[in-house]
Structures are given as structure tokens and as C-alpha cells.
Design a protein around this ligand. Sequence first.
Ligand code: GLU
Length: 286
Amino acid sequence: MNSNRPVVRFAPSPNGELHLGHAYSALFTEARAKALGARLLVRIEDIDLVRSRQEYVDGIFEDLAWLGLEWELPVRRQSEHFGDYRDALARLDLRGVLYPCFATRQQIRDAVADAPDHPLDPDGAPLYPGLSKGMPAVERDALMAAGTPYAMRLDMELAMEIAGRLTFEEHECRPIGTVHADPAQWGDVIVARKDVKTSYHLSVVVDDALQGVSHVTRGQDLFHSTHIHRLLQVLLDLPQPQYYHHDLVRDYGGRRLSKSARDKSLRALRENGTTARDIRRQLGFT
Ligand code: GLU
């Protein structure tokens, strides 16, 4: 019945309390939903089983309801769908674009320590220097048999060769229009972490497709991730959403708000007497 309506989603990770930056993202998503006549979903992105906590999930629903957001039920929780990500990983593996990587972060840092010009990915981490790539099968099988933890990485060169030219449609951050996607800036990115056998990139792409998300609204900090998402969508034969990467809320010093910096949470603001209407007005959503 709903199948023809556009779908948007707000997809927080429950590893801290929501702050004004999240409120902006949620209200931006609500505004897009209204403008597009779209269904509004909330998705809990909790693949990080160490950092995610139930109290933060409860807090997210409390904060969003307080802000006046209305979303459809049931809410998808990524931690309940690891099987979907495993299937997608197997499909990528069948295409021959994955390889196991046994290297630790320290080994990667050591490998690039003497190369000050070694390229960095958009998050500032050194591009994977290829330590486990091309490892002889006997060595790989022995490590696996010994239970050595491994991540799965995408062979970027091969994947891009298969996918061909990639683009996405950007509607919010400038320049608006067709963006040439260049996932090579991430090198051989991890698509399945050692601990949970999926990644933010893989889970998001699988879920957006499964949930029929037609318009992705999220902060500009994830703009570069979209380049990988387009590649994964093509390799997995998934539909292509439209993208809106919105501005990030900054404090008076121009610093991005973050959970780790202990920025004032929505709960703390609420307890100090701020109203949802104040927040909407402050963020420009009246
Ligand atoms: N879970 C991500 C975050 O909280 C957002 C993912 C997305 O919108 O694609 O930053």
C-alpha cells in the first residue's frame, strides 16, 4: 500500500546521548519527509556491540518523541539482522572482490611508519598498505585454522573495474547535482570487521535497500562514505537512493558537536527547561 511513497530514515548509533547535532539531523529528515510526502523511519545502528547500550536506545526514542518526531513502527535494529549482512558479504565474496586481512592496526601503523607521504583516507587513517593481500592460500588457511581473527577487505581496484563509472545525485551540499563517486580514496576498505563480520558501510547499504529508503539524509561528515556506498550498491545490485548531506551543527568556536566531547545532550537541555519548540526554533525548523 505504501510502496510508491518515498522513504527517508534517521539512523542514530546508540553509543551516547543525542545532542543538538542529532536533533538537527532528525528534524532535517522530518522536513524532507514532509516535502517529499515520504514515510519516516528510525533505524538503530547498533552493530558495535561494545559501545551500544540499551539505555541510549531508550534515550533516543524519548528524545525523538519529545522533539515531536513521528516515525513508523517497527524500528529496525541492526544487531537483530546480522544474518542479512552475512548474506550480502557472501554475495560480494562470490564476485571475487574480497580478501581476508589478519593485520592489526598496530601492524598497519608500523608498515607505514617510515613513509611520511603514505596517503590517508578521508577519516585520516593510512590507506591499507596491502599486508595480507595476495597472501599464499596455505598461509591464509593456516591462520584461519588457528582461529586468528580477520577482517574482510574490498579489493578496491578490482571492485572498481567491475563496477565501472559511479555517480550519485546530491541535493543538499554544494555543488548540487551529479557527483562522480571515487571510492578509491578509501583504498582497500574493510567491509566486515573482525568482531561482528559487517561494517557501517555494508550494514547501511543493505538496510537502506531492504527498507526501500529512497532519499538518504545525513550529515556532511558522511559525504565521503557515500562514495563507497555507491560501489557496494552496484556490486550487490541494489537500488540507488538520492542523497542529502546536510551541514553540521557547530558550537560558537566552530567545533563540530560530538558525543565524545560531552556536548550538552538533549536530555540535559530538557531537564534544564529547554522546550522542543526552543530547539526547533534554534535550529531553524519552525
Ligand atoms: N549511524 C550513523 C551515525 O549515527 C548514521 C548513518 C547514516 O545516516 O548513514 O552517524
